[in-house]
Design a protein around this ligand. Sequence first.
Ligand code: MG
Length: 254
Amino acid sequence: MKKLLSLTLSLLVVTATVAAQPKVIAHRGYWKTAGSAQNSIASYTKADAIGVFGSEMDVWFTGDNKLVVNHDRVYKGTKINMEKDKANLITSIVLPNGENIPTLDAYLKLAASKPNTRLILEMKSLSDLKREDLAAEKIVKALRKYKLLNNTDIICFSINACLAFRKLLPDGRIHYLNGDLPPKSIKKLGLTGIDYSHKVLRKHPEWIKAAHKLGLEVNVWTVNKEEDMRYFIDMGVDYITTDHPEQLQALLKK
Ligand code: MG
């Protein structure tokens, strides 16, 4: 009986440990690997191929009201501005892996064909809040077109954008990125989680438990050092966003 009890207890401990493991999110796709580039179609395919939980990407609303996938406002080495220029000029940019900057439509088409990977969609902040509202509407429309609403988390630095998405998707998972608000404020705003930088969460480690107590989820970016990976695994965050997804996966297997 004692043996059985201890076996049951150790099983419970193992189950609890497994359940508490954070899920791996590839930051800007899996791009630190051959043939890939940040926010490219290949980066999503490669993230999916290694079995990450989710793959993150960045979306801009262009000067002619179209949606493209890229990180920086101005593409390095050019004067092309994601927010001001037209989509056909932006998508003429060739990424380091030989692909062109993808449209959101092309990206979502691919994501829809890979249902095992969750899409973590960041909408970049715009200088005009009304344009953020319009961009949010267009993003939701595109996600609906590809039946991706249930397999997508929305993340934004802009509170205005988070709230625009909240209105459009009352049950959607919308996480705030900017790191300046405690979990109780995020809860009050009706959002579903915090997705803060490792520096912010190192400064406010108490926010992790506080968020969980409020039923919020916790993601942390961009965790690239093994020491930081270990720290956030131990802290019990729900997701770790990293440029080194395979390294984190290996660490979690240990
Ligand atoms: Mg991003």
